[in-house]
Design a protein around this ligand. Structure first.
Ligand SMILES: [Zn+2]
Length: 429
């Protein structure tokens, strides 16, 4: 059973690597630490609360910068590269620093890599995704752009080469969702760059019908009920989602080939893991579990039930339904829970308590069923949740057949929550 916990750069910068590792070992009883190698545009903790044991900051806002100094050469054949954080620009490698602290204390650090999403500099518009109205999203690479494959392959192989860790976790191999610096529905309706437009035409997708459907959907989500009942509309939407899934799968397969070739060449044994959305949401983001299970050795999925499945479902509903009408929010929520098979629950109940903890077992089980022989690790929410519920969440993950527990995350959790994790893990030995 893999037991890991994820950390962010500011955890180490503000608390010191030795303290972070000691807390994780002694309190949470975990010895594998997964360190973020590039941040997201994100509030820490998300979406509310404070960093309880951070001695410097109560809240941190990150900006999707890359944390690996001296990495510009990895991308020298490309017209763009990830933007470095000021600390990385100054030569500070926090991942190396915390890996050394971990080694001194008998723990280990694995890199957590963000594939398609980062802050970039240079000519990113030649490779980023575009919305159906043509606007570029400069923080997200298109999976079908040939430059993207060069970028992601170089990023992952160089990361494996640099840290020689037991495993690597590759995240954000998918299309954009609605979150980011702001919540945006338009942002999740991609990609319509020239490469994808040609690809979709070749796949026989009626692009003018698709654009019209997406425009209608943006105007009024509830129209989706009618669209799905209409055979022609439903067929266009399905073909589009299938095209997106195929695009991510193809890229994932090429990267997996490159990882295996590198391992053979180097005689290295680093395991290759993906970070996926929970099965209910994954097909909407381009992630096909059955196909991706063959393009990695394991995946973490994140059924954070309090937050509504890893993404902020409440923010999504409000963005779709507007802030004003409670009744409309309820209808949108009911439509989403029906489409995503999230069970029967009212929006008000969801906002107060989150999804029921059984969501963790259901999603883990579905993931296992679809993922073939590759492992499924379950993300366990340990922030913004009563400490006593951590034990139930772990039990649900195990009941679903999880091959590992990935606790999320060190900095957002209270020290008491870390102690609860440690208590449960000790009792499982
Ligand atoms: Zn594209």
């Amino acid at each position: 059973m893999e037991l890991t916990i994820q950390i962010h750069p500011h955890d180490v910068r503000d608390e010191g690597g030795e303290t972070v590792v000691r807390n994780i070992l002694e309190r949470a009883h975990i010895r594998t630490i997964i360190a973020e190698t590039g941040t997201l545009e994100e509030r820490h903790p998300y979406p509310r609360g404070e960093l309880e044991h951070n001695p410097v900051h109560k809240v941190v806002y990150t900006d999707a910068c890359f944390e690996i100094p001296g990495s510009a050469g990895w991308f020298s054949s490309l017209p763009f590269r990830p933007r470095l954080s000021p600390q990385a620009q100054a030569g500070e490698d926090y991942v190396q620093a915390v890996a050394e602290a971990a080694q001194r204390q008998g723990a280990e650090v694995l890199p957590w890599v963000k594939a398609l999403n980062a802050a970039f500099e240079g000519d990113i518009e030649s490779a980023c995704v575009r919305t159906f109205t043509g606007e570029p999203i400069p923080t997200w690479l298109c999976p079908n752009n040939p430059l993207t494959e060069v970028y992601v392959r170089s990023l992952i192989i160089n990361m494996m080469e640099r840290y020689r860790s037991r495993a690597v976790l590759v995240d954000r191999l998918r299309y954009p969702d609605w979150s980011g610096a702001t919540v945006s529905i338009r942002r999740m309706l991609t990609c319509f760059c020239p490469t994808c437009v040609t690809g979709m035409e070749e796949a026989g997708i009626d692009l003018s019908a698709l654009s019209k459907l997406l425009e209608e959907f943006l105007q009024d989500l509830l129209i989706l009920e009618e669209l799905l009942e209409d055979a022609a509309s439903s067929q266009v939407l399905q073909a589009w989602l299938q095209f997106r899934n195929g695009s991510i799968t193809r890229l994932a397969e090429r990267i997996w080939d490159a990882v295996r070739a590198w391992r053979t060449e180097r005689g290295a044994h680093s395991a290759y893991w993906l970070n996926l959305w929970p099965p209910s949401f994954a097909p909407l983001l381009g992630q096909d579990y059955a196909a991706l299970g063959k393009a990695c050795e394991g995946a973490k999925h994140f059924p954070y039930h309090k937050l509504g499945g890893g993404a902020d479902l409440a923010a999504f509903v409000k963005a779709l339904a507007g802030e004003d009408s409670k009744e409309r929010q309820e209808r949108v929520f009911q439509l989403l829970t029906h489409l995503l098979k999230l069970g029967t629950i009212s929006f008000q109940e969801y906002q107060e308590k989150g999804l029921p903890v059984s969501f963790v077992a259901d999603q883990t089980r579905w993931g296992k069923e679809r993922f073939g022989r590759s492992k499924i690790f379950t993300g366990i929410q340990i922030w913004d949740i009563p400490e006593e519920e951590i034990k139930d969440t772990i039990a649900q993950a195990l009941q679903g057949g999880a091959d590992g527990l990935f606790f999320y995350c060190y900095g957002w959790a209270t020290l008491k929550a870390l102690d609860s994790v440690g208590g449960v893990l000790r009792s499982m030995e």
